[in-house]
Design a protein around this ligand. Structure first.
Ligand code: KIV
Ligand code: ZN
Length: 510
């Protein structure tokens, strides 16, 4: 019988620390529900002290999710722990994750604390967190660059104080697999009370080794991995959940543990996260990239047709790629639409919401002969994006002609007041963006613009991502439409609406 490997997802916390990946409360709840469907054991829903919005998001996730344990992050400070405890009050099962840095450079330069003080604060934090929940996790931040003797000392002390999960972060992605695995073995062997706690790892991908380091730790006795969907996260990201889960499952000949994850939910969760954050998944990304199961070379195709195991180590359908993706058309009724949403794991709070999205589906089905799962997911994402809009796209007409500058006639509603302008640009998208800027005067800078087709064929919807920057703040926006100029305008407006929201937020590691 294989042991359990706990999956701790931090897409909503560390994932959100990627510049431009910030999510609204409703978006977080949707992602949390997808993680729950996937049977993720623990969802780190946020850092409640960071802002009012973070607090409310953790609270909302704690209320909405019943099957996964909900965790809140807290520095080793009373105010952080109390705020996390408060946010998690209504959770069916909760955890407080408290941390303090332990590497010489962090203790000296960032905390300006002596090692003794760091141990004292860690113990105090764990004891305080236990007032709110019996499930407390402790992380010595930057463990990957900490002195192993000091790690042993602080970890022994926090276990004595009642921490039952010890998370070893490679905060700056500095470690390599053999060394990181050895660190886990050493800690487990040298800490006298280590058998009272589960060892966890949290690896960043700065050198591209987050998954390899996590797996090496698992081979050395770690039984919790902290990871994110699509490997989203601070800087180069965190270990990708889908890669960790499928590596362990595919190589059961090597691993003595396995996760509870329902892997068939992976692709849907990946799409949801990339749709909401605007962080596109590279085509050759393992497991969730569109090419992950595509065989281009004739020899490979021939081999797979004769016996798929010649070139495939996993089955696409086991991670949620559907072979039969064609779903609905313009004659499909409301019931068929609703049952397809159920199969895709998409739920709605009210009949009104369902009716609104069904209406949009009908409009799309009029333009596009066949509506695929991906189209439905994009429609649902968009219907949620349109909440709380200050700026709304009312209409857009673009004329483009050989030898002439394209002209965009744009009507936007800004806080309820309709405004119209006409602008030219070097191309139709440029003209549309200039028109929006002319009305809104946001003075933001466009950092990224990308278009992907959601499905194949020229009648496919184009999905556009834009990233805007202003004064160091980065936001991303998404839009989908069969007309890519309209999709582009929707994406730009979506990003602007995010930029308008006030954001005062503390960063956990600063
Ligand atoms: O990378 C890190 O060290 C973290 C901690 C808060 C666990 O994200
Ligand atoms: Zn991290």
């Amino acid at each position: 019988m294989s042991e359990k490997l706990i999956i701790f997802d931090t897409t909503l916390r560390d994932g959100e620390q990627s510049p431009g990946a910030s999510m609204t409360k409703d978006e977080k709840v949707r992602i949390a529900k997808a993680l729950e469907r996937m049977q993720v054991d623990i969802i780190e829903a946020g850092f409640p002290i960071a802002s009012e919005g973070d607090f409310e998001s953790v609270r909302a996730v704690a209320k909405a999710v019943t099957q996964s344990r909900i965790c809140g992050l807290a520095r080793a400070l009373d105010k952080d722990i109390d705020r996390a405890g408060e946010a998690l009050k209504e959770a069916n099962a909760s955890r407080i994750h408290t941390f303090i840095a332990t590497s010489p450079i962090h203790m000296k330069m960032k905390l300006r604390m002596e090692p003794d003080q760091v141990v004292e604060n860690a113990v105090k934090a764990v004891k305080r967190a236990l007032k709110y929940t019996d499930d407390v996790e402790f992380s010595p931040e930057d463990a990957g660059r900490s002195d192993p003797d000091f790690l042993c000392r602080i970890l022994e002390a926090v276990i004595d104080a009642g921490a039952r999960t010890l998370n070893i972060p490679d905060t700056v992605g500095y470690n390599v697999p053999q060394q990181f695995g050895q660190l886990i073995t050493n800690l487990r062997e040298r800490i006298p009370n280590s058998d009272k706690a589960i060892f966890s790892v949290h690896c960043h991908n700065d050198l591209g080794m987050a998954v390899a380091n996590s797996l090496s730790a698992v081979l050395n006795g770690a039984r919790q991995v902290e990871c994110t969907i699509n490997g989203l996260g601070e800087r180069a990201g965190n270990a990708a959940l889908e890669e960790v889960v499928m590596a362990v499952r595919t190589r059961q000949d090597l691993f003595t543990c396995d996760t509870n994850i329902d892997a068939t939910q992976i692709v849907a969760a990946s799409r949801l996260v990339s749709g909401i954050t605007g962080f596109a998944v590279q085509p050759n990304k393992a497991i969730v990239g569109v090419n992950a199961f595509a065989h281009e070379s004739g020899i490979h195709q021939d081999g797979v047709l004769k016996n798929r195991e010649t070139y495939e180590i996993m089955r696409a359908e086991d991670v949620g790629w559907h072979t039969n993706r064609m779903v609905l058309g313009k004659h499909s009724g409301r019931n068929a639409f609703r049952s397809r949403l159920d199969e895709l794991g998409i739920s709605f709070e009210s009949e009104n919401e369902l009716n609104a999205i069904f209406q949009r589906f009908k409009e799309l089905a009029d333009k596009k002969h066949e509506v695929f799962d991906e189209d439905i997911q994009a429609l649902v994402n968009e219907s949620l994006l349109s909440e709380n809009e200050h700026v709304k796209l009312i209409s857009l007409k673009v004329t483009s002609e050989t030898g002439e500058m394209p002209i965009a006639t744009m009507t936007l509603s800004v806080d309820g007041e309709e405004k119209q302008v006409e602008m030219s640009g070097s191309g139709p998208v440029d003209a549309a963006f200039r028109a929006i800027e002319e009305i809104v005067q946001s003075h933001t800078e466009l950092q990224l613009y990308s278009v992907n087709n959601i499905t194949s064929g020229t009648d496919s919807q184009g999905e556009v991502n834009v990233r805007l920057e202003r004064g160091g703040r980065i936001v991303s926006g998404q839009g989908a439409d069969t007309d890519i100029v309209i999709a582009s305008a929707k994406a730009y407006v979506h990003a602007l609406n995010k930029m308008i929201l006030p954001l005062e937020r503390a960063h956990p590691q600063v």
